[in-house]
Design a protein. Structure first.
Length: 709
């Protein structure tokens, strides 16, 4: 059936207990805060059984799943510590029992080797995940202290599954002697072998100490970057005249700092102020070129020790595209294709600048300064559509948008989000929803939402964290998926922007991808997909937020239920198109620089690599001395995203292609259910290209992506 964007859903968000979708009225103090109490935990008769069941001789970790795991959110610090100690004890015991049986390859079966190992790993991670949520949300306090005191041992237990030589030998032997595995079983085996390629176990014994030393130096250097990036600040005093010139929402500021710098770049009418703010932001880590270069060289040294020719080759193993040269060629082709489009938008801004008599800080009327582009885009929208994004505030109440979003996806994918106040949570603003298949009535998963900023909560944060994955073991034991969307949005509609709504849709895309999985094998269920596919469903989900038919259903006045006016939607889409046309090319160049420095080795300064690539592909002129590249925390604070930032570009490319089929069918439920069944539910049971082709009925294409500009 076709979803009517203007129609309210037939089945709005179901509720349980309170009978409404508003936040629960119950009060739950944060663990470790001055208002914390042990009474709630003591009165919950089932809580201690969570810890007790692990140490019991007749109850293994399999008894801790689903509802039992959520009780961890109500445990006190001493109980959490006991739970963690007993979990690690049981994990080691069960791990050794399985590994000791792997000496004779003739006795191997999938169930007693591969499945037995991943069940132990799964049970350990299922206990650890909610504890980490508590640590993250509660910040410094007794729970964090309890966890930190055991963190080293926790890491040791986790590493057993990726560094124990007996496991590696057993899995390799089974891989070589088991040609008749099902496709999903083979995928699980490959998934479990993959981490060993980046571990010391694959290195000759005489080089393992060298690898350990390199690992230590690299982690120390990345930690140093995190520390310096965290402490880096911007401090630009404003004259009284410049304060008087400021827009109303910036008039209270006497200095430009790291928090407000983006708003001054986008809004302040004085080009000199915008330039000072932009230069300060670009040069925030300008003194750390040596540190950045040291991080890159240590990554290459680690990769070579592991037998790879470059760090990029090490990082891309297991991806859909594993050859760095292929990715670089793809990105260069993309940059060349995007440059004419970006140049066209540049000329449009230049023409507008001249027509309005705007003077940039350089005084050159034939040039659009890179410092002025965001300001000019906003001014162009005001002039063309009589549009100011602040006019959107009454249509962007975050709670109302959240409810409308849940309603929309309930109808689209034929699922219900059943709010359940009986589920333990970590703070009274968090919410729990049961995800129920509308046709069968089967409960599939649990979704937790913790969307808004508050004192003590890390900020900024916008992410989806899986807690558990769907599985069904060979013995018939089945588990449900769960996860939490963690964000730091403002609840003030004046501060909740359209970009925040897009982010909400993005993270919800990750949640749907994980929670709707029907893959039975835990290692390839939910979000356990190749790195270069993980962002495709989430970026695809943002497309609904940019659809002219869907936005009136999501963005409505919470008091009058009036839909966002069409002229505002047109202005938003035009602004998004121009901004994307300019910024996307910048993103491609950034990803190219990331891959170049991690693939083509040498002592070249990473900032110089970026500048050379920007001068080749960019349309603006970079300011002298800018060090844009050195301030990228995604790349230099952790090895997780280094050489991998391009996954967001692939998300845009293939997300647009997938959404093109929705547009062709007027966003019908039939198309949505097909997408749910061929992509969202499949985890890593098939390769990314096969999944996309199954849905599209053809091979994936770039065409729809270029049509978005």
């Amino acid at each position: 059936m076709k979803v009517d964007p203007s129609k309210e859903p037939e089945n709005p968000i179901d509720t349980k207990g309170a009978g409404k979708t508003e936040l629960s009225s119950k009060s739950k103090p944060v663990h470790g805060s001055s208002g914390a109490t042990t009474q709630a935990a003591k009165s919950h008769s089932g809580l201690l059984r969570v810890a007790d069941s692990i140490s019991s001789s007749n109850l293994g970790l399999n008894s801790l799943d689903g509802e039992e795991l959520f009780k961890i959110f109500d445990l006190e610090p001493n109980q959490i510590k006991l739970l963690l100690i007993e979990t690690m004890k049981r994990t080691r015991k069960e791990f050794e029992a399985v590994v000791s049986e792997t000496r004779n390859v003739e006795t191997f079966t999938y169930e007693n080797t591969v499945e037995a190992l991943y069940k132990i790993q799964r049970n350990f991670e299922n206990v650890l995940a909610p504890i980490q949520v508590l640590v993250f949300f509660n910040g410094p306090g007794d729970i964090s202290k309890a966890y930190e005191s055991l963190k080293e041992e926790v890491n040791q237990v986790r590493s057993m599954f990726a560094q124990d030589s007996r496991v590696y030998k057993a899995l390799k032997a089974y891989d070589e002697n088991s040609p008749d595995l099902r496709a999903t079983q083979r995928a699980c085996l490959n998934k479990m072998l993959s981490p060993f390629e980046g571990a010391a176990i694959t290195v000759q014994a005489d080089r393992r100490s060298e690898l350990t030393m390199l690992d230590g130096k690299l982690k120390a250097a990345e930690s140093e970057f995190i520390d310096k990036f965290g402490r880096a600040n911007i401090h630009i005093p404003l004259s009284q005249r410049e304060i008087n010139e400021s827009p109303e929402d910036l008039k209270d500021y006497k200095t430009i700092d790291r928090i407000n710098v983006y708003e001054f770049i986008k809004q302040h009418p004085n080009s000199e102020v915008r330039k000072r703010a932009s230069v300060a932001l670009r040069n925030m880590m300008s003194n750390e070129a040596d540190l950045v270069q040291r991080i890159v060289m240590l990554r290459h040294a680690k990769a070579r020790t592991l037998g790879f020719s470059s760090f990029a080759e090490l990082k891309l193993r297991g991806n859909t595209i594993t050859n760095p040269s292929e990715v670089i060629t793809m990105l260069e082709d993309l940059a060349l294709a995007l440059k004419p489009k970006a140049q066209g938008y540049y000329e449009e801004l230049l023409s507008f600048q001249k027509s309005k008599g705007y003077v940039n800080a350089s005084g050159n009327e034939d040039l659009v300064s890179i410092h002025d582009k965001d300001f000019l885009v906003s001014e162009l929208m005001k002039d063309r559509y009589d549009f100011d994004e602040n006019l959107l505030a009454r249509f962007l109440d975050p709670e109302n948008c959240k409810r409308k979003m849940l309603d929309f996806f309930s109808d689209l994918y034929e699922i219900n989000f059943v709010k359940d106040d009986s589920v333990p949570i970590w703070h009274d603003v968090a919410e729990a929803f049961r995800v129920v298949d509308r046709k069968s009535g089967k409960e599939m998963a649990t979704l937790f939402l913790d969307l808004y900023s508050r004192e003590g909560k890390p900020s900024p944060i916008f992410t989806f964290k899986p807690l558990s994955s769907h599985y069904k073991d060979s013995d018939g034991v089945e588990g449900k998926a769960s996860g939490v969307i963690e964000c730091s949005f403002s609840q003030d509609p004046l501060e909740f922007k359209f970009g925040d709504l897009s982010t909400m849709f993005h993270e919800f895309g990750h949640a749907l991808h994980h929670l709707l999985s029907t893959v039975d094998e835990y290692p390839i269920s939910g979000l356990a997909v190749a790195n270069d596919f993980c962002e495709v469903p989430s970026v695809f989900n943002e497309s609904f937020c940019s659809n002219v038919d869907i936005l009136p259903r999501i963005c409505r006045d919470k008091d009058t239920d009036e839909a966002i006016p069409q002229k505002y939607i047109e202005a938003l889409m035009e602004k998004r198109k121009i901004s994307k046309g300019l910024r996307y090319l910048d993103g491609v160049i950034l990803c190219l620089a990331d891959l170049h420095i991690h693939y083509r080795q040498g002592a070249t300064n990473p900032d110089e690599v970026y500048k050379d690539l920007y001068n080749k592909f960019g349309v603006f002129k970079l300011p002298e001395g800018a060090s844009d590249f050195s301030k990228q925390p995604h790349i230099f604070s952790s090895s997780n995203y280094a050489s991998g930032n391009f996954v967001y570009l692939l998300g845009d490319i293939f997300g647009a292609d997938l959404f093109s089929l929705f547009k062709e069918t007027d966003i019908s439920t039939e198309t949505a259910l097909r997408f749910r069944n061929t992509v969202l539910s499949q985890g890593a049971s098939k390769s990314a290209y096969v999944l996309m082709a199954d849905f599209l009925g053809r091979q994936p294409s770039h065409q729809a992506f270029f049509e978005t500009f």
